[in-house]
Design a protein around this ligand. Structure first.
Ligand SMILES: C[S@@+](CC[C@H](N)C(=O)[O-])C[C@H]1O[C@@H](n2cnc3c(N)ncnc32)[C@H](O)[C@@H]1O
Length: 424
């Protein structure tokens, strides 16, 4: 239920919260104030309950804090893609580092020296899933608005790489002539080393007509795409592959299947892989768990390690095997239901794990009881990372380093890499 606040007393924003909202301490607990920055004085006009406090649903900026900056994008505030454009880059880096330190301290790690944030600049995001909807005024393509299903139409986007942004205006025209797209769906764009992959996901399964195939093929040609894929619930239809879609990283080549998981930016990927390679130096046998299409496995193999790559998705594994040569073995396995048991980890000199947001508590428990000398934990969720590190530390691992990698510019998301060594 909304409540009116005393409007005469502005409150001071002292910090940023996990969702990127500014937080002020009110008389009844924290007040979360969207789009505010530390140091701001804010008059809160209307609130609603949220968690341990309140969220401001109507507020007025009285004066700006030192960390506030002008948001560069005209869509900021409505488009749900970014929540932190109004905060300076330095402050965002400090906030992300603190966010990781906080998550760790909640699990009892109070004396860990979290490394400086590796910040990936705007304009370098190489992978985006856009929503699209047909309206009476034409197609709208963009990201969902914050907290709603509405789509903010965008003509450009400051977080995406120039190659992806350049495709946005032409996409609208393309959809006009593509009846099989129905009333809407998603479009995933990924920039690889051989050009852009575009994957169209219609809301409802539909076979393309011959004319639509010609249209899409011409569009791929005009825009020099690497490949264009039509993907509905019945499967992926590779309409055109003008050049094999590949990504090159640290002496390795990845050949992901359509719309495969990839790290959001090349710089972020490089920061992760570099840390895994450094940590694994001297290790002969390495297990890469939740390996995806080989982002970490293949550079490890290229560096001469013998890699066992494990993943639930067989299409991704097939891509790892195809590109890995003799240094890589693969295993299809659901690591959440059936983690690799401690005894089977004995042959490895290092284990890398990079699970989805839920983390890998059961797998961490098996590793914690093992004799593996080195563990590298990669995660996009500080809370589950901290939980998994606690399991490993209780099993006798020492955290050598933890690095926040901010490859989700202007959002409150965070990637991180931790390196652990067995103490005894
Ligand atoms: C965050 S991605 C990491 C992929 C890869 N390491 C990379 O950097 O590109 C997580 C991967 O875990 C896989 N995965 C999800 N649930 C899984 C499970 N229960 N068992 C094994 N793999 C799983 C996903 O298919 C995805 O490839």
């Amino acid at each position: 239920m909304d409540t009116k606040m005393d409007q005469s007393n502005p409150v001071e924003v002292t910090r940023l919260g996990a969702r990127g909202d500014g937080i002020a301490d009110g008389p009844d607990g924290p007040i979360y104030i969207p789009f505010s920055a530390p140091g701001d004085l804010i008059r809160v006009l209307k609130t609603a309950s949220r968690g341990d406090g309140k969220v401001a649903v109507q507020s007025e900026l009285v004066s700006s804090g030192a960390g506030r900056t002008d948001p560069p994008c005209p869509h900021f505030g409505t488009c749900g893609g970014c929540s932190l454009q109004h905060v300076s880059v330095d402050l965002i880096a400090a906030f992300k580092r603190e966010m990781l330190a906080d998550a760790l301290s909640k699990r009892g790690f109070t004396d860990i020296d979290v490394a400086e944030t590796v910040s990936v600049p705007a304009g370098t995001r190489r992978r985006a899933r856009l929503s699209c909807i047909k309206t009476i005024k034409g197609w709208v393509i963009g990201f969902n608005e914050r907290g709603t299903n509405r789509i903010t139409g965008i003509e450009g986007c400051l977080i995406l790489s120039p190659a992806l942004t350049a495709l946005l205006p032409g996409l609208k025209k393309l959809l006009n002539d593509l009846p099989s797209m129905g009333r809407g769906g998603d479009i995933q764009l990924t920039e690889g080393s051989s050009g852009v992959e575009a994957v169209l996901f219609p809301e409802k399964p539909k076979d393309l007509t011959l004319d639509e195939r010609y249209l899409l093929t011409d569009w791929a040609e005009e825009n020099d795409l690497s490949r264009l894929v039509w993907q509905d619930r019945s499967g992926a239809d590779p309409v055109v592959e003008r050049r094999p879609f590949v990504l090159r990283i640290k002496g390795a080549t990845l050949a992901p299947p359509a719309a495969a998981f990839l790290q959001a930016s090349e710089d972020g990927e490089e920061a992760i892989v570099e840390r895994a390679l450094t940590a694994a130096k001297g290790a002969r046998r390495v297990a890469d768990l939740f390996c995806g299409c080989g982002t970490i496995s293949l550079p490890l193999a290229a560096a001469g390690h013998s890699v066992h790559a494990v993943e639930i998705d067989r299409a991704l594994l097939a891509a790892v095997q195809r590109m890995g040569g003799g240094n890589v073995t693969i295993e299809a396995r659901d690591l959440a239901r059936s983690p690799i048991p401690t005894a089977d980890l004995a042959p490895y000199d290092a284990v890398v794990f990079d699970p989805p947001r839920a983390g890998a508590a059961d797998q961490a428990t098996e590793i914690a009881a093992s004799t593996v000398p080195t563990v590298v934990a990669v995660s996009c969720n500080p809370a589950t990372l901290a939980r998994d590190l606690r399991i490993l530390a209780d099993g006798g691992y020492h955290i050598e380093s933890v690095t926040p990698i901010d490859q989700f510019t202007w959002s409150s998301h965070l990637e991180a890499v931790a390196v652990l060594r067995r103490e005894d």
